[in-house]
Design a protein. Structure first.
Length: 455
């Protein structure tokens, strides 16, 4: 069986790329359940400078400020200037956002466009409908076949081999390697590992964003940033404010994490919010009341397969888009609601590159390239989640990271976990979402990216 392009993953970036490939025969490979996609769970919205008082340069400057000096400025220019373009494409196709943007942490102006707190779900349903004409294989991809450094096809879990010399990985991130997470259990970076084992370079794996306001319920529910923009407060048991609710996510996560360790529970008080606009929060309020107990949870993996601004990786014939990629756009900390727009912008540009061969094989510069030796076998994911919660959480230190390395097994996603921990150990500073208690300040010796090669 042969296709011009195989897209692995069916979230926002994969489906949007598929929809914008017009001249080639496309196959989408993904599990059948749409709830396995991170897009389904993305609540807040999409950041784009589309209001008359806003412009892409303001969006660019906010992104750089939050990224703490590690953003690839070219990628940020692409993101912020293409954002209104792809948003208008969506709107012309019939997708409807709420009429006014809202404010989220790190933004100097309201520029986040949503559909209540179900933006990702509604958008995914829309894109599934629009791509219904494309061929699909409801199965997991397990390996990329390469020949002389070029992609030649994809092996599926059911034993099928799909021949193709163009593959787009759109498999999501690895934030479910932590026990406390806002992600579906499948988000453990398997697609990133597939790319790495085919020879793709990885980068920035140490940067994982913890969302500060995730409910302490079972299951945990992410309480969108938009709630804080609409008046929700972060308070203690007595109702006293613990922190400015619109601080960047890394800062707010550390404050909540430390407060809970020293003093007690922290809550999101939604009593001043027009809760009718937020269906998921409204359901949670009916269960637990207006003061919802919260703590940070692993939410978004900034690191991934290193790409250029067209989504092209270091392997010929392989592109990566969305959360499994690392374009450099987020730097050391993602600006709120820049994730869905990244999927749209770079999914679109990857589609253009796949069809028209616009960019060349990229060359990347790193502070250092660390190597991890891969092994056969499976990984005990339950054990890994305990290790990551214990030692590679909101705040890290050398002792804990070395203990994590000692406890990590070999094989499967353990190889990726080892790479994450090694990168966190190598970066002896605190920058953005990577906070080292033993190195609490930024150090310009580390003003650059750490590459990973899995061999």
């Amino acid at each position: 069986m042969k296709y011009d392009v195989v897209i692995i993953g069916a979230g926002i970036s994969g489906l949007w790329a598929a929809l914008n490939i017009k001249k080639l025969r496309v196959l989408i490979v993904a599990p059948k359940s749409e709830e396995a996609s991170n897009t389904y769970w993305a609540q807040g919205g999409i950041a784009a400078a589309m209001d008359v008082q806003d412009n892409p340069i303001m969006h660019y400057e906010d992104t750089l400020k939050v990224g703490r000096g590690l953003n690839d400025k070219r990628a940020v220019i692409v993101l912020t200037h293409y954002a209104p373009v792809v948003m208008n494409m969506l709107i012309r196709m019939g997708f409807k956002f709420n009429p006014y943007p809202h404010l989220e942490a790190g933004h100097t102006i309201p520029r986040v466009w949503n559909v209540g707190d179900e933006t990702g779900k509604k958008l995914l349903e829309f894109l599934i409908d629009k791509t219904g004409y494309l061929d699909r294989e409801f199965c997991k991809a397990v390996k990329l076949e390469t020949y002389k450094g070029k992609v030649v096809g994809v092996w599926l879990e059911n034993g099928k081999f799909i021949e193709s010399d163009k593959v787009i990985l759109a498999t999501g991130g690895y934030a479910a390697l932590w026990k406390r997470t806002s992600n579906p259990p499948s988000s453990i970076g398997e697609g990133i590992l597939i790319g790495a084992k085919a020879g793709a370079l990885l980068s920035d794996l140490e940067f994982v964003q913890f969302h500060p306001t995730v409910s302490l319920t079972e299951p945990p529910i992410l309480l969108t940033e938009a709630l804080r923009g609409a008046g929700a407060k972060v308070v203690d048991e007595s109702g006293r404010e613990v922190a400015n609710p619109l601080l960047p996510r890394d800062e707010l996560s550390r404050i909540i994490y430390n407060y809970r360790k020293k003093y007690g529970e922290v809550f999101l008080d939604i009593s001043k919010v027009d809760i009718q606009k937020f269906p998921m929060a409204r359901k949670l309020k009916e269960r637990v009341g207006e003061k919802i107990p919260i703590s940070p949870a692993a939410h978004y993996s900034i690191g991934g397969i290193k790409t250029n601004v067209w989504g092209r990786t270091s392997v010929e014939g392989l592109w990566a888009v969305g959360e499994c990629s690392n374009t450099g756009v987020h730097g050391a900390n993602r600006l709120a609601s820049n994730s869905l727009i990244e999927g749209l912008v770079f999914g679109y540009r990857a589609a253009l590159d796949v069809e028209n061969d616009i960019s060349e094989k990229p060359e990347f510069r790193f502070l250092n390239i660390l190597e991890v030796e891969s092994a056969e076998g499976e990984c005990d994911i339950g054990s890994i989640r305990d290790i990551m919660d214990d030692h590679v959480s909101v705040i890290r230190d050398e002792e804990g990271l070395k203990e994590a390395l000692r406890r990590i097994g070999r094989g499967g996603v353990c190889d990726l976990v080892k790479a994450i921990v090694l990168a966190a150990l190598y970066r002896k500073e605190s920058r953005g979402v990577h906070y080292r208690a033993d190195h609490p300040f930024e150090n310009d010796e580390y003003l650059g990216n750490i590459g990973i090669r899995i061999v």
